[in-house]
Design a protein around this ligand. Structure first.
Ligand code: ADP
Length: 550
């Protein structure tokens, strides 16, 4: 293909700069609210690309980011891929051991880090996995006190040219990378080619996706380390929307203020975030009149939330996706022939995971290997494929064999499909827990608990939780005659040394025996059935377990 005609990200930036030079990008940072235009954004993207090139970053090199949602992070979103390098966003909420593995596996050459996350990174950088990192750049105008040999972002880009001689990058060039922990074993790397991100942007822009236009004010609350904030920075740029970045760990009050003051029309995040905003709005006088659509994804959207926002004149769009899919797969738009249906029917449809976006295909395979009927009752595993869906993991052949077949991604989500084509997740085949939008590995917790001398058997399951959707609970069979209180204390202490606070089980329940399947495996299903009513946490304050506490 001749140069410049491939499906790449850079034309989206070109369009926003040329057509919407005065449209704003607003960012809440630790240094206050920053505000500039697409014209200035484009200049700074070039300065960043020049600074990276001077550092020796070349085509194919990985540029790691350890950051929340702000304008500087957004600058790396176009600078790195457009120069042929690869943007690798790292989840700072993961256990230190995972972060080390990820940086070593991806061989990041430079790392951008937020001031508030320095503390989390400092202990990890001593490990050999970080040896190839040439430079640490702190996302601020000055470097705060730190053991790291680092430069501030503003000093890093200062004095560099505001033009860059962009190469004609191939659409097959990896442009992005994100590790998924929604899996057993070590996190798996997913590479996004230029073409995948281009396709994802176009799928998202379609009316059946999550369209963003030049009259939209878009605020991605979903972290930019989660699959490029669900691709929103790319889609909003392509659509010429004003963008609002809410910064590190925004509270419901911060979000309400940004919605009011910046006139946010479209925002997106996990249910926990919107439940928090909903509670805040019930107790405070918040003007939501600008807000048109709230995208809810990552975990199932509760019906009560859909109804509440609906009553405020805000449409909730429930979306489903995966890291492997760049990530949006389906969105629960209301089909036009359902406009006149009863409210309960509409809420029911909107609470499902929705309709596959244009460009993707799916099939649902039951235990006998057959495709299910679309009757809303039969269920099976959801398989997907399309131009924004990966067909392999980065350097993990054994995982490829398990998760891909004939070009299809096997999602591990168990679904029904109704006669209208709406997908509904009814179970999860993968043994992981999702709490407040972040994964917790039950298998890792189990192995650690079972390493204690006083534990004969242990299993960890996710129990429904009103605020966090799921929280881990450990079921432990103690060694005979041992003091349970001591075991509990020691196990919890051990776990808190190994894992972040929000991974720790909310409860440790002693049982006589772990229920087993016919083949002798732990039957988590039996335990789940017993605890699935969500009563376990009633009356408790789960604040302490927040993944976004840090
Ligand atoms: P994301 O950042 O989109 O959550 P992950 O790869 O971390 O991506 O997680 C994907 C998994 O999360 C899905 O396979 C599914 O199990 C779960 N998930 C995502 N969206 C939803 C949703 N709307 N409802 C229920 N589960 C969801």
């Amino acid at each position: 293909m001749p140069g410049g005609t491939d499906m790449t990200l850079r034309p989206f930036l070109w369009r926003a700069e040329r057509l919407y030079p005065d449209t704003e990008i607003v960012s809440r940072t630790s240094e206050g609210i920053e505000r500039y235009t697409y014209a200035e954004y484009g200049d700074r993207v070039c300065q960043l690309a020049n600074a990276l090139a001077d550092l020796g970053i070349e085509e194919g090199d990985r540029v790691g980011t350890f950051c929340w949602n702000h304008h500087r992070h957004f600058e790396s979103y176009f600078a790195a891929p457009s120069m042929g390098a690869q943007l690798h966003t790292i989840n700072p909420l993961l256990p230190a051991e995972h972060i080390q593995y990820i940086v070593g596996n991806a061989e990041d050459k430079v790392l951008f880090v937020d001031p508030s996350l320095l503390e989390a990174l400092e202990p990890a950088v001593q490990s050999p996995e970080f040896d190839q990192v040439k430079r640490y750049v702190v996302m601020a105008s000055e470097v705060p006190e730190t053991d790291l040999d680092a430069v501030s972002y503003e000093a890093f880009i200062e004095g560099h040219d505001t033009e860059f001689d962009w190469p004609d990058v191939s659409q097959d060039q990896p442009a992005g990378m994100c590790y998924t922990s929604g899996t057993t074993g070590k996190p798996k790397g997913v590479e996004y080619t230029q073409q995948m991100l281009w396709a994802h942007t176009m799928e998202s822009l379609s009316p059946q996706g999550i369209p963003m236009a030049d009259d939209d004010v878009v605020m991605p609350v979903v972290p930019m380390f989660h699959v490029n904030a669900w691709g929103m920075p790319f889609t909003a740029t392509a659509g010429g929307s004003k963008q609002v970045y809410p910064g590190p760990s925004p509270t419901p009050e911060d979000l309400a203020k940004l919605i009011e003051e910046e006139g946010v029309t479209l925002t997106a995040g996990v249910p926990t975030v919107w439940l928090g905003l909903m509670d805040y709005c019930k107790e405070n006088d918040v003007d939501l009149s600008a807000l048109e659509r709230v995208i809810v994804g990552g975990s199932a959207a509760p019906k009560s939330m859909i109804r509440w926002f609906n009553d405020q004149g805000v449409e909730v769009l429930h979306a489903w996706g995966m890291t492997e899919m760049s990530p949006i797969g389906s969105v629960a738009h209301l089909k036009s022939d359902l406009e006149d249906a009863d409210d309960s029917v509409k809420v029911d449809k909107r609470s499902k995971q929705g309709l596959m976006v244009p460009g993707l295909e799916f099939r649902v395979i039951d235990d006998d290997g057959e495709e299910i009927d679309w009757n809303g009752e039969d269920f099976g595993e959801l398989w997907v494929r399309g131009p924004s869906v990966t067909t392999e993991y980065f350097a993990r052949p054994e995982a490829n064999e398990e998760d891909f077949e004939d070009g299809w991604l096997k999602t591990g989500d168990v679904v029904t499909v109704d006669a209208d084509g709406y997908l509904k997740i009814v179970d999860r085949a993968k043994d992981v827990i999702k709490s407040g939008g972040e994964w917790i590995s039950s298998v890792e917790l189990e192995n650690s608990i079972m390493a204690h001398d006083g534990v004969a058997e242990a299993t960890v399951i996710g129990v429904p939780h009103e605020k966090w959707q799921e929280r881990p609970v450990a079921f432990v069979v103690p060694v005979e005659g041992i003091d349970e209180a001591t075991v509990e204390e020691e196990v919890m202490e051990m776990l808190s040394e190994e894992y972040p606070k929000w991974w720790l089980p909310d409860d440790l329940v002693f049982i006589a025996e772990v229920p087993k399947t016919a083949t002798g495996k732990f039957s988590k299903k039996d335990l789940r059935d017993e605890y699935a009513d969500g009563d376990m946490f009633e009356g408790q304050a789960p604040e302490e377990a927040a993944p976004d506490d840090d």
